[in-house]
Design a protein around this ligand. Sequence first.
Ligand SMILES: [Zn+2]
Length: 258
Amino acid sequence: MIKGIHNLKNKPAGQISKRSLSGVWNNIARVPIELQKMGISIDDVFVKKDWSLSTIDIARSLVVQIIQRWEILCEYDETCDCWSYAQPSDHFIEWIHEVPIKILCFVWRAHLSRIPSAYALISRGVALCSSVCSFCSCGIEDAYHILLTCPFAKEVWEWTFRWCNIDIPLGNSVADFIVSVGNWIGSPIQKKDLITICYGTLWLIWKTRCDRIFKQLRISPILVADNVTSLSFTWIKHRRSQCQYKWVDWCVCPNLGR
Ligand SMILES: [Zn+2]
């Protein structure tokens, strides 16, 4: 796919993107150089697959999978003083147009437990006083606790699911939850609406938490849920073509068919 887009048929096998391009494509082009610095062969990391692509959405999703694979493969394991070569996760983020790319990247990092929680920072050698959640003081502050099981987050989810008139199991990890959202049964549009709402909720819980810690701003769970309503409506209304949704109807219930 990369070769097709970048016309790299006659280039060396290790060349996976044009360096002259900007954005994510340029990041991909730098991957072999970064790997070389770490003493890792590009052939050990990228595996040729039989990819038959037809839409740009699938292409974007694959780019993320490539980056994700690279990131996981390059993780340094201090206990054995070597680079970890773990397999990529089977859980994939739903790469939908309605959700801004910044939020999709956040959800992707959260599902890999790669957001800067106290637990993640301490495990990477950052000196913090405690890994206990500063909101509730009753759990280790990791991605799962922050976004799903902290009492503050739980209350936001309760309000959000009550508004949607559905119930999605929170699972045992962020990845579990994202899979549950992706497996929810509904029409394609309803499914996109639900994903937009859930990804927006994850983002707003994280943002609210950061605002409280770094700006001393206190926002109640019900106000966060209200912000989910307006943020998800704004994204869908302005990013989906010919969207007929009305704000008054959306406020009552997003009509997910339950
Ligand atoms: Zn907590």
